[in-house]
Design a protein around this ligand. Structure first.
Ligand SMILES: Nc1nc2c(c(=O)[nH]1)N(C=O)[C@@H](CNc1ccc(C(=O)N[C@@H](CCC(=O)O)C(=O)O)cc1)CN2
Ligand SMILES: Nc1ncnc2c1ncn2[C@@H]1O[C@H](COP(=O)(O)OP(=O)(O)OP(=O)(O)O)[C@@H](O)[C@H]1O
Length: 229
């Protein structure tokens, strides 16, 4: 079988090349290795961004997100508490109007590798989950159904020019977004958020990966039609 080469642009440093001997899209050991190397590389890029550049970049992302929320008339916004060098967009919590609400993911207490979204504000008590990411206590009245979320800010490790997303490796957001991909969540807009340094030229993707329709970075708001992905 002909060898296919996965080529990725590495904006912040030289990275290893990965070759595969199987068709694109098949999940095999080489794809897994490629994902592992890419995660390592882009997680390191994300963490290396200095304090001043980070603050400026986060401000630009926040401005773009605020504009999107206003443009869509979104009243329920899904965000996240930052981990591992992700952009911190939690200042949004304090910027929302009284009729708007903010929800964050928590690890599902019974359903492994699934997420629940819980209403949160700046006064909500938090505790670290098994990954060290802050979470509100899982109480039924705080649950915000995915169907009620208008704009869901999705963290990512790397993205490409087609809207493909590489995450932390648990498949949490792919599982969360599978019903959206099937057209079951018509009010939801998933929006990837990232620093420009997290862009790869192309990413390997598997059948369960959910390509994002929109990605916001400090320098650009990307929109993808399903034809692109
Ligand atoms: N801010 C934020 N929250 C999120 C996610 C995310 O990407 N960002 N997730 C997106 O899915 C879920 C958590 N997924 C995660 C998966 C792996 C690791 C992690 O640090 N793994 C370690 C090793 C695993 C371990 O310690 O057991 C590592 O790779 O170093 C963190 C979060 C839900 N909440
Ligand atoms: N919709 C789904 N149903 C069942 N399993 C899934 C689904 N989506 C992903 N998975 C499983 O999750 C595992 C991790 O997927 P992947 O490496 O794409 O995670 P990721 O997108 O990087 O992580 P995350 O979304 O948590 O940031 C894979 O082994 C895959 O089989």
């Amino acid at each position: 079988m002909a060898s296919s080469r996965i080529e990725v642009k590495y904006p912040c440093q030289e990275a290893p090349e990965v070759t595969t001997d199987t068709p694109k899209n098949a999940l095999n050991a080489a794809d897994e290795l490629s994902r592992t190397l890419l995660r390592k590389h882009f997680r390191s890029c994300r963490k290396q961004i200095g304090e001043a550049q980070r603050a400026q970049a986060e401000q630009k992302i926040l401005e773009r997100v605020a504009e999107l929320i206003q443009h869509r008339g979104a009243t329920t916004i899904g965000g996240y508490f930052p981990n591992d060098g992700e952009p911190d967009l939690t200042p949004l919590m304090t910027q929302l109007a009284p009729h708007q609400r903010f929800a964050v993911p928590v690890l599902h207490p019974f359903h492994k590798n699934h997420l629940l979204f819980l209403r949160t504000d700046q006064n909500t008590p938090l505790q670290p989950n098994k990954f060290g990411i802050p979470e509100p206590a899982c109480e039924v009245p705080s649950v915000v159904p995915l169907a009620a979320i208008h704009v869901l800010l999705v963290p990512l490790v790397a993205f490409d020019q087609h809207g493909n997303r590489l995450g932390m490796g648990g498949g949490f957001f792919d599982r969360t977004l599978a019903p959206w991909l099937r057209g079951e969540l018509p009010h939801l807009l998933p929006v990837g958020v990232a620093f420009d340094e997290q862009q790869a030229e192309s990413l390997p993707h598997a059948h369960w990966d959910v390509p994002l329709p929109m990605i916001i970075t400090p320098s650009k708001s990307w929109q993808f039609s399903r034809r692109d992905v």
